[in-house]
Ligand binder design. Structure first.
Ligand code: NI
Length: 191
């Protein structure tokens, strides 16, 4: 298990559509998956997509911390989940705004519209099929990581760039509805 360097916005790998994981990748996943989990934890994130460590494959890890889960159906706290070759479909046309950070865009936060509910499929780290419904934070982190697999970064999704800035500047603003910390209580970047 090793902590791998996280590439940042500006690196063209983050703008590629990542390749599907195929059976021939199985051997390399044995080290990539634990490395991604260790790297995510070391960086203080709650999600990480393989392109963020320079590997352009459709693979993500994420968790739903109790501090973020809304406890709605589809948004219960969970430990680290591995999702390979995901397919994400909105389960509603409704979107909601929430603050996000990204380990590839350090020190910044932005308010990003995301579908409130999604269904997703894929495979876990053991190659078993996953079919899940997600809402709230769970839906948000999966959409954020899914975007990484398609070369999309969260600022691309923003509709109001006045709600984009340095987390320590936002922290100085007392007005509660202008604080990323209202949604992001533990201060960890989304991934
Ligand atoms: Ni990210």
């Amino acid at each position: 298990m090793a902590i791998r360097p996280i590439i940042r916005m500006g690196n063209p790998i983050l703008r590629l559509k990542a390749d599907a994981v195929k059976p021939e990748h199985a051997d390399s996943l044995v080290s990539i998956i634990p490395d991604m989990i260790a790297t995510m934890r070391d960086a203080g994130g709650v999600g990480l997509a393989a392109p963020q460590i320079g590997i352009s494959l459709r693979l993500m890890v994420f968790e739903v911390p109790a501090s973020r889960a809304t406890n709605l159906n589809g948004d219960k706290p969970s430990g680290v989940q591995v999702l390979i070759n995901p397919d994400v479909t909105p389960a509603t046309s409704e979107k909601e705004l929430g603050w996000e950070g990204c380990l590839s865009i350090p020190e910044l936060r932005g308010e990003v519209p995301r579908y409130k509910q999604i269904n997703y499929t894929g495979f876990n780290g053991e190659g078993r099929p996953i079919e899940a419904f997600a809402a709230g934070f769970h839906a948000r982190v999966v959409q954020h990581e899914m975007d990484h697999l398609d070369g999309i970064l969260y600022p691309d999704r923003m509709t109001d760039l006045t709600r984009f800035g340095y987390v320590d500047e936002f922290a100085k603003i007392q007005e509660q509805n202008f604080s990323p910390d209202t949604d992001n209580k533990d201060g960890r970047a989304n991934g």
